[in-house]
Design a protein around this ligand. Structure first.
Ligand code: H79
Length: 621
């Protein structure tokens, strides 16, 4: 409820000044928040709540990528193959006839379903999603539909999915399958394999009927009838699949197991929930249930030489940030062909689990933050009557400050040990500004996120404006802006990381309204992002040189977007953020302010101005 309230108020903020030809992000008229607070849920909503209960309670799951690709483990014929390990067949253009032979070397004698499930459980994960068939087309279960499967083609001959289903059942972990419905490099009627089937490309407009009705549905039927209740089917990479075929699969899954959820990557927006991009932490994406899949290192399937492990700190930050936006965090392990989860994965998962044992209350079954803006010290999750402050940057001066909360706080405590914390609430009526000051111990209870619990009266009531942070920094995220344009339609839009993409015309501009608490002189800092696209590999994933104009409080500042320095976002190590300080402005009055960012000249048009945020940082005196 709190969340809806925030969405509406925020949507209202964004939609407020919509004029013809100007697109705001939220098209639908916001319902009256007062009415919303007491409105009855529709039957469909309640049914959705029932089906999604386990998913929302869980918040954290284990992804397992396990298949024949674990045998070459990133090396083919003595050469290290770039990219994600499970893509080796594609990257090295291995003919089917050669790739098939890997099955003879797949003999995971050390596989122990209970041991794997214990790793997940000890990490605090509540569901497990394993590759039943990845893009290589090899079934990791005893499939009657295809002979290209683990029970028939390997010396091992077992069905690990049967064993995992039983182990999960015992441990109280939801069991689920990844199934690559579209790419199947073993089949000519599927998509992806252009090295064995080069001539098929032209006529392919959809997945072939034989493949779709035969292998896909045949195997899904086996998976949904032979392994007990399945939490969800994780489809992936819709490419050739038509809307009819996507819908057909959704219906097919629901017919066999009505409560089984279908991932958004079934295609064409017909899945049950949204999936963020691989390794992407979505922002502002709280309207639908969603999930993000993340790698522990840089591969999904095992690669013997990938040692770029994320730290426990980054993993926890990602988990909590996803939860703070109402999403689920699906964290991957890539076991070896012997059946072993790599030790560095186990070590990190154990540390995550230790944190979850103490702080799980702030994650399981939690909802997102009610605040419109991020917090300088960390992030927020909520439950009825409670706000959980996940503090990553523990205050050195013993005072933790939260702006914009209007509820009365009845108690504040550290989640670790339930130790009470002294709290003071102040309000400046003229500014309509509320502040909470918490006196916290000098030493944080956790080296990662220390959680402070606020018990509040009633549903969260927060200031919907973008408020200057207690640090003095004003952070204006691109996706929180109103888009204005002098063209018929804006081209700029935001990817699910919240980064502006296709800001490639000078017609578009962004405008924010924010609330200033402490006037002063501020550096105007532009934060941009490198782009996901790395192909061709020589292409620079970032473009600078754009000329921009910032207008605020009657002042204009011109500048050029450069990479004066780079910031690595704590929750997303993959896309560094080039930073430009373009000048200074003086804001001499507290209260409502606006800021407009115009692109006077876009230099590169491949990515354009990939804005993450504009920051106003108090200038050093
Ligand atoms: O299962 C995992 C990935 O294998 C799958 N989704 C996650 C959950 C996935 N399929 N496709 N993609 C991800 C996009 C892949 C892009 C790349 Fe590549 C593969 C980049 C490098 C290797 C293809 C080949 C594009 C460039 C080279």
């Amino acid at each position: 409820m709190s969340l809806r309230l925030r969405r509406w108020t925020f949507a209202a903020l964004l939609a407020a000044a919509v004029v013809p030809g100007v697109a705001a992000q939220t098209q639908t008229a916001p319902p009256d928040p007062e009415a919303g607070a007491v409105s009855k849920k529709s039957a469909a909503d309640s049914e959705r709540d029932r089906r999604f209960k386990w998913f929302r309670d869980a918040r954290f799951g284990m992804f397992i990528h396990w298949g024949l690709y674990a045998v070459p483990a990133g090396t083919w014929k003595g050469k290290k193959i770039d990219g994600i390990g499970e893509w080796i067949m594609n990257r090295a253009k291995i003919p089917i006839s050669e790739y098939e032979l890997l099955a003879k070397d797949f003999n995971p004698v050390k596989f122990d379903a209970d041991a794997w499930v214990k790793v997940a459980k000890d990490a605090g994960m509540k569901y497990l999603v394993i590759t039943s068939k990845h893009h290589d087309g090899f079934a990791m279960f005893d499939s009657a539909t295809s002979r290209y499967d683990i029970a028939e083609a390997t010396p091992w001959k077992r069905d690990p999915l049967k064993e995992l289903a039983a182990a999960c059942q015992k441990a109280g972990i939801k069991f689920a399958f990844y199934y690559s419905q579209d790419q199947d490099w073993h089949e000519s009627e599927a998509s992806g394999n252009e090295w064995d089937f080069p001539s098929d490309r032209e006529w392919k407009k959809s997945l072939g009927r034989g493949y779709f009705e035969g292998k896909v549905k045949g195997q899904l039927r086996e998976l949904l009838t032979g392994y007990g209740p399945i939490g969800l089917i994780w489809f992936d990479t819709p490419k050739l699949i038509t809307k009819e075929q996507s819908q057909d699969l959704v219906d097919f899954v629901h017919k066999l197991q009505p409560d089984c959820l279908v991932s958004g990557r079934v295609g064409h927006g017909v899945g049950d929930y949204d999936s963020a991009g691989d390794n992407q932490i979505s922002v502002g994406n709280t309207d639908r249930d969603w999930e993000t899949p993340v790698t522990l290192n840089d591969t999904w399937g095992f690669k013997s030489y990938d040692d770029n492990w994320k730290t426990t700190h980054v993993l926890l930050r990602q988990l909590v940030e996803v939860a703070s936006r109402n999403g689920n965090y699906l964290l991957n392990v890539g076991p070896t062909s012997e059946g072993i989860i790599p030790q560095p994965s186990i070590d990190r998962l154990r540390e995550v689990g230790e944190w979850m044992k103490v702080n799980g209350d702030a994650v399981y079954g939690s909802q997102g933050t009610p605040f419109a803006h991020d917090q300088s010290w960390g992030t927020v999750t909520s439950k009825p009557g409670k706000l959980y402050l996940h503090v990553f940057d523990w205050p050195k001066n013993g005072s933790l400050v939260v702006y914009g909360l209007k509820n009365k706080i009845t108690r504040a405590s550290l989640l670790a040990g339930n130790k009470p914390v002294k709290v003071a609430q102040t309000r400046v009526a003229a500014l309509d500004h509320d502040a909470v000051r918490l006196s916290v111990p000098a030493k944080p209870p956790s080296p990662h996120a220390s959680v402070v619990v606020l018990e509040i009266e009633g549903a969260p009531k927060v200031d919907a404006s973008l408020i200057q942070q207690p640090t003095g920094v004003v952070e204006l995220k691109a996706h929180q802006a109103k888009i204005e344009t002098t063209a018929a339609k804006p081209t700029v839009r935001f990817d699910n990381r919240g980064v502006a993409e296709r800001w490639t015309t000078e017609a578009d501009s962004l405008k924010w309204e924010f609330k200033l608490v402490e006037p002063g002189t501020f550096d105007v800092v532009l934060v941009t992002s490198e782009q996901k696209i790395r192909h061709p590999p020589t292409a620079d994933p970032w473009e600078g040189g754009h000329k921009v104009l910032v207008e605020t409080n009657g002042q204009k500042v011109n500048g050029t977007v450069e990479a004066q320095s780079k910031r690595i976002p704590p929750h997303n190590p993959y896309w560094p953020l080039p930073i430009t300080k373009i000048g200074q402005v003086k804001l001499d009055k507290a209260g409502k302010q606006t800021l407009t960012l115009k692109a006077e000249q876009i230099a590169g048009k491949r990515f354009g101005l990939t804005l993450v945020s504009v920051e106003l940082v108090p200038a050093k005196k």
